[in-house]
Design a protein around this ligand. Structure first.
Ligand SMILES: C[S@@+](CC[C@H](N)C(=O)[O-])C[C@H]1O[C@@H](n2cnc3c(N)ncnc32)[C@H](O)[C@@H]1O
Length: 224
């Protein structure tokens, strides 16, 4: 049996980059802002920038190129089964569905607000759920993606969520985590972070993946 090793790979290189006002946010964020953000309700998605996105709206330029990148990299068949863990309002799934109309797309998110305000055409395919207990059989998907989501759990639960991703994929998975490669990036992350409860050096993440048996792909969210 060939075991495909987990790999660091930047599959978000087509995602538009924006300049992050790290210092400004670091000086303004309070524990109360973090507490509000972590509820993942309207305040996180469509409230003030200090408690989240400051408006979480669909734009084709966000995901269209990235979903092509996923399809091509993983050589997905037209009828592939794709799961997004922490799907928010379903923006990425919407673009997958447009690109691959025969694919099965599914999303779960802990946020009732996000699911209730999901894109109209994605509502049949998204539901409220926790990454720690994915409501799917083993090997149900060809590709499971989870962008900036499982690090929102405390360490123990974050490990469980990664094992769940491992369990429900039959072929591929890609996750991104809050991380740093040096002291400067670590300081920036501590200033920028609003919701994550598990964040660490990239080498420590790789160790953790090995320890819990996550065998698929990963990349980082780095506050630069
Ligand atoms: C930074 S947002 C990313 C959303 C989306 N993946 C994206 O890239 O636009 C993090 C998401 O994780 C969701 N989330 C947080 N904890 C979760 C959990 N335990 N299970 C599922 N979703 C969770 C939040 O509601 C939110 O939609």
């Amino acid at each position: 049996m060939t075991q495909v090793a987990q790999r660091e790979i930047n599959l978000l290189d087509k995602y538009p980059r924006s300049k992050r006002p790290i210092e400004e946010r670091g000086n303004s964020i309070t524990p109360e802002h973090r507490e509000i953000a972590r509820r993942f309700d309207r305040n996180f998605f469509d409230g003030d920038r200090l408690t989240g996105y400051g408006g979480y709206n669909y734009h084709p330029r966000f995901w269209q190129e990235t979903v092509k990148r996923f399809r091509d990299h993983y050589q997905l068949k037209p009828d592939a089964r794709i799961l997004d863990v922490g799907c928010g309002k379903g923006f990425m799934l919407h673009d997958f569905h447009e690109l691959m109309p025969e694919a099965t797309v599914q999303g779960i998110d802990i946020s009732r607000y996000a699911i209730e305000n999901a894109m109209e055409d994605m509502r049949p395919f998204v539901s409220v759920g926790d990454a720690q207990t994915l409501p799917f059989e083993d090997n149900s998907f060809d590709l499971v993606i989870s962008i900036n989501t499982v690090h929102n759990l405390p360490l123990k639960n974050c490990k469980v969520a990664l094992q769940e991703i491992e369990r429900v994929t039959s072929a591929h998975a890609f996750v991104t985590m809050d991380a740093w490669r040096n002291e400067r990036e670590k300081e920036n992350m501590l200033k920028w972070n609003l919701t994550a409860l598990t964040y660490m050096h990239v080498d420590e993440w790789v160790q953790l993946f090995d320890e819990i048996g996550y065998t698929h792909d990963y990349y980082w969210f780095i506050a630069e």
